[in-house]
Design a protein around this ligand. Structure first.
Ligand code: S3P
Length: 173
């Protein structure tokens, strides 16, 4: 029997709380690909959780860790990669992901994002007095970048497994 053909990596980008991790896991299972999560990979390599990295070294340092993950921290094919929400904010990063594979963006309304991320202390950028305002500000800043993905999928009203099916159909059939 011949080895299965290599599939290009599929990068899931989008804001916090849009479902990148859940959809990524489901997609990888459906497609028989490896699932990677940039946040988890960085936490494992650093031996500490993201809030600790932000608190001790600052956001710019975390962005550098994300850059290193993309450029030298993961396999070149057969992976579904759930990317941290701010990973694509580095200059040239979305272009780099598109060179390396397929890029799908997950979207959700600010209200959905707020309800999905509420009370979760793992996201230092939303650990502020007015997370709704912070979400609005960051979304406005990042939307033009997210929209450069190959395709966008809205996750407000469907179960994440449905979203995974849509993405699979769009890219692999
Ligand atoms: C961030 C998103 C987080 C994590 C970090 C910063 C961001 O990942 O990388 O807290 O800047 O949007 P998720 O999108 O998986 O929550």
């Amino acid at each position: 029997q011949t080895a299965a053909k290599a599939r290009p990596n599929l990068y899931l980008v989008g804001f916090m709380g849009t479902g990148k991790s859940t959809v990524g896991r489901a997609l990888a299972r459906r497609l028989g690909m490896q699932h990677l999560d940039s946040d988890r990979a960085i936490e494992e390599a650093q031996g500490r959780p993201i809030p600790d990295i932000f608190a001790a070294e600052g956001e710019a340092y975390f962005r550098k860790l994300e850059y290193d993950f993309v450029h030298s921290g993961h396999p070149e094919s057969n992976c579904v990669v759930s990317c941290g929400g701010g990973l694509v904010t580095a200059p040239g990063m979305i272009e780099e992901l598109k060179r390396r594979g397929l890029v799908a963006c997950l979207f959700a309304s600010p209200e959905t994002i707020l309800s999905r991320t509420k009370g979760n202390a793992n996201r230092p950028l939303l650990n502020v007095a007015d997370p709704a305002q912070r979400i609005a500000d960051l979304l406005a800043e990042r939307e033009p970048i997210y929209l450069q993905a190959g395709a966008c999928f809205y996750t407000d009203h469907q179960p994440m497994v449905e979203i995974a099916r849509h993405i699979e159909r769009y890219y692999f059939r």
